[in-house]
Ligand binder design. Sequence first.
Ligand SMILES: NC(=O)c1ccc[n+]([C@@H]2O[C@H](COP(=O)([O-])OP(=O)(O)OC[C@H]3O[C@@H](n4cnc5c(N)ncnc54)[C@H](O)[C@@H]3O)[C@@H](O)[C@H]2O)c1
Length: 482
Amino acid sequence: MSTVSSIRQQLFVNGQYVDAAGPDTYDVISPATGTLVGTIPLPARADIDAAVAAANVAQRAWAGVNVWKRAEICHRVGDELTKRVDELARLQTLEQGKPLAESVADIEEAAQLFHLHAEDAVRLHGETFPSNDSRKRMWTFYRPVGTWAIITPWNFPLLMLAEFVAPGLATGNAHVVKPPANTPLTVLKAMEAFAAAGVPAGLVNILPGEGATGDALVRHAGTDAIGFIGSSATGAKIQSAAGLKRSVMECSGNGPLVVLADADLDAAAQAAVYGAYLCAGQVCCATERVIVHRDVHDDFVAAVLRAAQDVVLGDPFADTTNLGPVNNEGVAAKMDRHMADARERGAEILLGGHRRKDAPTDLYYEFTVVDAVPEDSLLSREESFGPVVPIITGTDDDDLLRIANDDKLGLQGAVFTQNMTAAHRFVEEMAVGQVVVNDSTCFWDINMPFGGAGGRSTGWGRIGGKHTLLAMTDLRTGVISL
Ligand SMILES: NC(=O)c1ccc[n+]([C@@H]2O[C@H](COP(=O)([O-])OP(=O)(O)OC[C@H]3O[C@@H](n4cnc5c(N)ncnc54)[C@H](O)[C@@H]3O)[C@@H](O)[C@H]2O)c1
């Protein structure tokens, strides 16, 4: 903690750190140490109105700034974040609990997003069209949507903000961001970088708080659109409150990793283990279900248990640790529930399955491997969001595909095979937004369009590359009669 110069314990509105209008506060407790990290004010209605009003005013001016200038400021945000990687990463690990190396990667990636979208925004252009009236000229162009309510989860506090705010700023939008109550400190601290980069006041406001603050922002007459990353249950509530406002909804996943009979079993096992310990399994594209062909089941399970020996649960600030505590009691309690259900239904817990007893907090969950997981168990049917490899067995490729698709949270999946035809079949027929062949479900790239498969309960819209620029702009049409 010595490298964090100060913890920002205020709201950030209209370019300044400010006290809240009301008296309510809440404590941020480190999942790693159990100590108090900060006490944050809860925004009152007057703070929400002030942030939205500041965003509305700033957005009108920002939309008129030419795209090269907007891009220059985004590049500067990227540079200023990069200067602060060490400090922001330490703060994120303290409040979130993930290993420090993961936090460093998150902050670096957040900085890259500002550079990426700056470069893409200057190339965003419309089209011209021939008309059946020779005196008419028709063309399209892009305009910012306006003021966005951005509501984010606690697993990647700054990265999730950047996924919307980088493309939003680059294309002329303003933002009122509501990070979750338990991880507000990294994004509040990051506003120092935004100020140093010269981001005009009012374009990015931070109102940490609970669901009520998010709901007020969604319903506010001054917000034009919603950018949401979080659970499908919350996403559904937001959708019913948002009416016809534009929305990008990035929700829960129950990612299948499928192991065909010809797979490289060591590679598949390492991917399954990585997909469960990264961020303690609290990733939307985590490996939530491992579905293995029965002919290779025994060898695969042995490979998983070998790979699991490399998982080190412990102090997230230690270099040797690759599994930190889970972020909050809700996650640990859900893991407990899933384990109790698995035991009751006859699954075999081969490793872990409980919290560590001699740890600084009650949130250190042992790395867990469960075999013979029934398809109707909670481990299979729900996103566990914890450090667990649940193994389900199928009889042949059709059966593996059926199990993979027997789920509504179709965000990201993986398939391990040496066969090109089988790989293509699974890429095309798995009901998820992205399929990774021969690597972890936990792969993403800032240039890759990331989001759920249509008609499923995992939301809509795409994060990544030019697709977020398109999502955060209106396609407009001009017609001139000569
Ligand atoms: N698809 C993706 O890109 C992606 C990325 C990261 C996390 N996630 C998902 O996020 C979930 C974990 O995050 P979480 O536990 O913070 O999710 P959550 O749904 O509990 O909370 C997300 C955010 O919504 C806010 N919120 C809660 N109720 C609200 C309401 N009624 N109106 C407006 N806002 C409200 C919360 O305060 C928080 O800021 C997992 O399901 C995970 O899969 C998805």
